[in-house]
Design a protein around this ligand. Sequence first.
Ligand code: ATP
Length: 253
Amino acid sequence: MAEKLIVKNLVKEYEGEQVLKSLSFVVKEGEFLSVLGPSGCGKTTLLRILIGLESQTGGKILLDGKDISKLPASQRGMGIIFQNYALFPNMTVLENVEYALKIRPETKTDATQRAKRTLDMIGMSDQLKKRPHHLSGGQQQRVAIARTLALNPSIVLLDEPISALDVENKEIMKRELKDIQKKFHSTMIYITHDQEEAFFLSDRIMVMSTGTIEQLATPLEIYNNPANEYIQSFVVSHLNQKYESLSKCIGRL
Ligand SMILES: Nc1ncnc2c1ncn2[C@@H]1O[C@H](COP(=O)(O)OP(=O)(O)OP(=O)(O)O)[C@@H](O)[C@H]1O
């Protein structure tokens, strides 16, 4: 797989304090990479810098071999999906997806067709005329995903996109996200603090502690060969404990 995104020695300081301490990593074309870490480790800061909403203190970001470190967000061609969907409440499902397409000269002419095609691929073609408040949380998130993917972004960044959903919808969306990624051949960077989500979804996981990368590997590699005590406790023991309590519950049934 080709190298889609290269991050070199990325540093971010706030008031003289380093919250990202020289991060270097590569995301491959078509890969699903999760950035997993506890609250405050720097996940959101990293995502905001990648997309261009925040500037880095030092380091470089290359997208398809081109240095985008200083480009504004509007010229990076990346897509972002947030936890809160951020749909326009007064627009229908179709209008929500059409909107971003219509304001760009390159997608203006076939905006409606493109929006319909994307919504169809995401399984929402029977909901086109509904407004967001008539949809479930999972359906709203699907519209938000369609809106982002319709623009054919170079990379999709997802900021804890399913954490606001109830347990049942979370499980459904987890499976759907994997299917959607395959269908659209997207490169995705998924921010989460949830070990199980990261293990279920990812080709590789980048585990962070405060401002640093502790391990970047496949879920299996991380589980079988945790790089250090931090990974052992934050990832491996956590998952083992979850499965232990689950088997105890099942044993009692
Ligand atoms: N604008 C800011 N000014 C000063 N410090 C900030 C700012 N934004 C973030 N930080 C600090 O940077 C560190 C990383 O924050 P960040 O929000 O990136 O973490 P996170 O891993 O995304 O956490 P969470 O999962 O809770 O969102 C924290 O110590 C935070 O207090």
